[in-house]
Design a protein around this ligand. Structure first.
Ligand code: THG
Length: 368
């Protein structure tokens, strides 16, 4: 059963909502108090189209937090265990944000405009309050606010072809997780080679809501013969790809090591950030549980609305937090958090689903 969402001002529209609704969005979720499309045709058709063609995604819900001022770089480094000292001006960095106990508060992508100006492209948690509180408490010279910036993603194997038609051939010079300012009509946008799929693509950081629909229309006009369609982060593709969803696959109860993000959190001598001692201790002891790819045997399952317990010899040894039937891999693909000892590839477990007890296997890697 699915339900209707009652719309109001609390649940923010985006600059692209007129386009999304004119092209037949079928379902929304709520993310950062804003509308995020989840289905256009149906989840499987959207999935096949994403893997073959090109889609335009309204991911405005990836809200930006801007740090602006003399202490912006210092604040940015306080926020994350990832070493930012060598970060270049055209780089994007995936940056776990942790609290004083080393627990995950968000897993955003950071963009550095200059030492004095950063954007944090956040996942679904109220990170703005944490960042403002930290800046105030530490007496830093920095403004922290949500600017009028809305990412629009262009994803899929034909994304390069479509982007070239709208922004010119220089889009091909942008390497993975790098960005470049590109002209559009009488303005310009930061364009990054990134996005929440493993099908390849770009994210356009649309600064100024008034530019949203002109850009949306230009992309659809230029892509007619490329079979461009509206799309959205696709549950099946993201689980196959092992792209984590904050609030689903990890919460404030988890550490970055548990989330498999240890490579972004190597303890560095003299690096000043919140949660340093807690993470150093955990790095020495090793995490107690960790994210794993899980395949669930048997016929197609529904999507996980709650965590599904993972069981071995009658004891709970973890949970499945995202699951979907994969048409390409002909199995139920899933993301789970599994306790140490039970987490090696090939381990045979059971999972309690709303459709009954199923056999599950821990895998060594994700599918895409
Ligand atoms: N793009 C932007 N903002 C975002 C997301 C995004 N904010 C919300 C959410 N997504 C944040 N979470 C993620 C999770 C995974 C990735 C990006 C943001 C990601 N990971 C790659 C991977 O795991 O293979 C690459 C990581 C790396 O190379 O550092 O892309 O999607 N703007």
């Amino acid at each position: 059963m699915a339900y209707l969402i009652s719309l109001s001002r609390r649940l923010r529209e985006t600059p692209f909502t007129p386009g999304v609704e004119a092209t037949g969005v079928k379902a929304y979720t709520v993310y950062n108090r804003m509308l995020l499309p989840t289905v256009f045709e149906d989840m499987e058709s959207d999935y096949h189209h994403l893997k073959e063609h090109v889609q335009v995604w309204d991911v405005s819900v990836e809200r930006q937090i801007e740090l602006n001022g003399a202490d912006a770089a210092r604040l940015m480094q306080m926020l994350t265990p990832r070493d930012l000292r060598k970060m270049q001006l055209d780089q994007c960095h995936y940056v776990p944000i942790v609290d004083e106990n080393g627990k995950m508060l968000n897993d955003p992508v950071a963009i550095k405009h200059s030492d004095a100006r950063w954007w944090i492209s956040i996942a679904d948690s109220d990170l703005l309050f944490w960042v403002k509180g930290l800046a105030l408490g530490a007496g830093l010279d920095v403004n922290v606010f949500e600017p009028d910036v809305s990412p629009l993603a262009v994803q899929g194997p034909k994304s390069g072809a479509l982007m070239e038609r709208v922004f010119g051939p220089d889009v091909h010079d942008i390497r993975f997780f790098r960005h470049k300012r590109m002209a559009f009509m009488d303005t310009s946008f930061i364009v990054a080679r990134s996005g929440y799929s493993k099908q390849g693509g770009y994210e356009i950081y649309v600064a100024g809501s008034q530019h949203g629909m002109p850009l949306w229309d230009a992309l659809f006009k230029a892509g007619e013969d490329l079979n461009v369609r509206p799309g959205c982060p696709n549950l099946i593709e993201r689980v196959e790809s092992g792209l984590l969803s904050y609030g689903n696959d990890m919460t404030m109860d988890n550490t970055p090591l548990e989330c498999g993000l240890g490579k972004y959190c190597k303890p560095v001598e003299g690096l000043e950030h919140v949660g340093r001692e807690a993470l150093a201790l955990e790095a020495a002891l090793g995490p107690e549980r960790q994210i794993r790819a899980i395949s669930i045997l048997g016929e197609a399952l529904g999507h996980a609305r709650t965590a599904w317990p993972l069981i071995e010899d009658g004891a709970r040894v973890g949970q499945v937090t995202s699951a979907a039937w994969s048409p390409d891999f002909r199995t139920n693909v899933a993301i789970g958090m599994v306790d140490a000892v039970h987490w090696s590839p090939g381990t045979e477990l059971f999972v309690e689903t709303p459709q009954g007890l199923r056999e599950a296997r821990v895998r060594g890697r994700f599918w895409n």
